[in-house]
Write a protein that binds this ligand. Structure first.
Ligand SMILES: [Zn+2]
Ligand SMILES: [Zn+2]
Length: 664
């Protein structure tokens, strides 16, 4: 008879905790996934039962009894529990913390009682609330593959240019899933879950929809979780963490804009929701669809190797036209506050012809630098290796990395000379455009103008109604929104991503340019895209111009393979930060020394991070690289326990990132 409970607790310790059965509880009625209240140090905690055992390795006098079992049945089913376990194991993160991240607060804390998950087949979906347009031939072919694959695992890359109708394929596939009495899980990027997207799903299906995103309050989150778990919600739509949504009858998983960086969680439990969605689909034996106009290089390589099936949607004949891309050489033309003469002329022409103009600049504020011409001083952040950004309207200098803020000085603090802002942010370009085109109403979309969810809706209405003629903004406006009347897109500065130390920077830049270009010419009118650069001969820009995203991707994949970078290698990054610069480096050096020598995993570093100081902490990193995922994980198995007991670990904050998205 088992008398020991193995419990996962929300602590940073990489272990399960053994407890004796609470008095009067019958071990036979316990199942993994039930919540158990236990004493932990001086506190009481609620954990999740993972397994029962006959004996513990702890001496019996050290073993405490659990206080109570909270549930009659598991709150988290076996399939989901196995998935969470897989994720904790793969990312080498403490199981209890991963489990806590996967559960809503009310469940985690034990406050909410929960009914056993009902096993009723749901009534099949019969009629859609709204029919939707007839699928094109390409949509019908893609749909046939996906629907033909329902009921078993398969991973599909739905590769369709902007405007080719990927969403229509999702909607029709989901319709088939609902007809089978199953649920669909739809993941969207952080920024993509707009009222427009929800409205489209609601209009199509006459069934409850559970929505999950980071801005939800505890109560709303709990309710969505329960609707997903009970099967009441036919469709669960959410951002990153919705990949852990409980599903009574999973039938299909969709990851929209699969290349989007927001699928990667960058703090705490670091995971890729896109990658986990594929794992979950495999475990639950359902198909998963990864959709994008600009697929990540990882996904393209998986498709090339036939691990994923690629379904292509070409642009719709007669409906959307590929915009013409043109480079504007910033060295050859007069430039007024970041906009070259040919750019200004084009804007003028498109406005005159009744078109809308979209101006993209991924830098908010007025100017990235405050400079003194008298002595060469620039305003630094005292907490980061970074310059302060000038925000003219709020008369402030702000650090975009740590949030530090101070009043805008009148003169140079060292020589009292008059200081001036250098470079362009959206606030400054807004000023330039407003003075140059005073007749054209302008909306600016960035984190300074759009703070709450409702703000975005209001701004978008001004655009779709045609009242606003110029849209200016950061990447907030490049995603998911349809602007059918935009005929000209201007990329103010393409050079930020060209020479970055990050190996993913060029991929991100290409994706951004193609995505932002996709906003132009979506109706009957062809669009025009101007890309301003001081390096128009750069191979990345040239390959995009002549061969499109596919051409760029082929070149970039060849480069990655030659350099032995992902997807042709596996990476893990050990990061450390500390108040003292040397402490972080010392810890990483000790970690490197603790590694058993072997040829299958290479250690690169330790080195200071690209931004060596941030928010008062000195940051450094040690990169691990291997040709094999198995070899890397085998190495981590031995290495992590050795790192955890290093004396130098005490003075630093450290974290491990498996498959890091950014190397800084
Ligand atoms: Zn000065
Ligand atoms: Zn700072």
């Amino acid at each position: 008879v088992p008398r020991i409970l193995r419990i996962a607790l929300d602590t940073p310790l990489r272990q399960l905790f053994d407890y004796r059965l609470p008095p009067g509880v019958d071990a036979a009625r316990l199942t993994p996934g039930m919540r158990v209240r236990v004493p932990f140090g001086r506190r009481r905690m609620v954990g999740v039962l993972i397994e029962t055992a006959d004996r513990s390795s702890l001496p019996s006098q050290k073993l405490k009894a659990a206080l109570e079992v909270l549930d009659e049945a598991s709150v988290i089913d076996e399939g989901l529990l196995a998935f969470v376990k897989w994720a904790a194991d793969y990312y080498r993160h403490p199981f209890g913390e991963v489990l806590a991240a996967a559960l809503p607060a009310g469940i985690r804390t034990g406050k909410t009682q929960i009914a056993p998950a009902p096993l009723h087949p749901a009534p099949p979906e019969t009629n859609a609330a709204e029919a939707g347009p007839e699928p094109t031939a390409a949509q019908a072919m893609a749909l046939e593959e996906i629907v033909g694959g329902l009921g078993r695992y398969g991973c599909y890359l739905l590769h369709g240019v902007t405007g080719s109708g990927k969403t229509e394929v999702y909607l029709r596939a989901i319709q088939q899933v609902l007809a089978r009495g199953q649920q669909a899980l739809v993941l969207v990027p952080e920024i993509g879950l707009t009222p427009q997207v929800l409205a489209r799903f609601q209009a199509r299906f006459d069934r409850p929809l559970a929505v999950m995103h980071s801005a939800l309050g505890d109560r709303a989150r709990l309710r969505a979780w329960q609707q997903a778990r009970s099967g009441e919600a036919a469709i669960v739509i959410g951002t990153r963490s919705a990949v852990f949504a409980p599903l009574a009858r999973p039938g299909l998983i969709v990851v929209d804009e699969e290349h989007d960086p927001s699928y990667k969680q960058q703090e705490g439990f670091r995971y890729s929701a896109r990658d986990l969605a594929v794992v979950r689909a495999r475990q639950q034996d359902v198909p998963v669809v990864l959709g994008s106009a600009t697929p990540s290089l990882e996904t393209l390589e998986n498709a090339r190797a036939r691990r994923y099936q690629r379904l292509v949607l070409p642009e719709r004949p007669g409906e959307a036209r590929h915009p013409t891309l043109r480079l504007v050489d910033m060295r050859r033309h007069a430039v007024q506050d970041g906009l070259a003469t040919p750019t200004l002329t084009s804007i003028e022409g498109h406005l005159r012809d009744g078109g809308q103009v979209l101006v993209y600049l991924n830098r908010r504020g007025y100017a990235p630098t405050l400079f003194c011409p008298g002595c060469g001083w620039t305003a630094p952040c005292n907490h980061c290796d970074a310059r302060l950004t000038v925000h003219l309207r709020s008369r402030a200098l702000r650090c975009h990395h740590c949030g530090f803020r101070q009043a805008l000085p009148f003169g140079c603090p060292t020589c009292s000379h008059e200081v001036k802002p250098v470079g362009q942010g959206t606030e400054r370009v807004e000023e330039t455009l407003a003075s140059r085109f005073p007749e054209a109403p302008l909306v600016r979309i960035d984190r300074d103008t759009v703070r709450r969810r409702g703000d975005m809706q209001a701004v978008l209405e001004r655009v779709t109604s045609g009242e606003a003629r110029i849209l200016l903004g950061t990447q907030m406006l490049t995603k998911g929104h349809d602007f059918p009347d935009v005929t000209l897109v201007v990329v103010v500065n393409a050079d930020q991503g060209l020479f970055s130390v990050d190996f993913r920077a060029s991929e991100r830049l290409a994706q951004t340019i193609v995505q932002v270009a996709g906003r132009a010419g979506r109706a009957s009118r062809p669009g025009e895209v101007l890309i301003q650069s001081e390096f128009p001969e750069h191979p990345l820009l040239q390959s995009l111009l002549t061969a499109g995203y596919d051409g760029f991707a082929a070149t970039a994949l060849a480069e990655r393979q030659a350099a032995h970078w992902p997807p042709f290698a596996r990476l893990a990054l050990l990061r450390a930060d500390a108040r003292e610069a040397q402490a972080a480096l010392d810890f990483l050096q000790a970690a490197a020394d603790a590694a058993a020598p072997g040829r299958s995993v290479r250690l690169l570093g330790p080195v200071p991070a690209a931004m060596a100081r941030r928010a008062g902490y000195h940051r450094a990193q040690l990169l691990l690289e291997s040709g094999s995922r198995g070899a890397l994980h085998g190495f981590l198995d031995e290495w992590l326990p050795a790192i955890e007991v290093l004396p130098s670990a005490r003075g630093v904050r450290w974290s491990l990132d498996v498959d890091p998205a950014d190397l800084y």
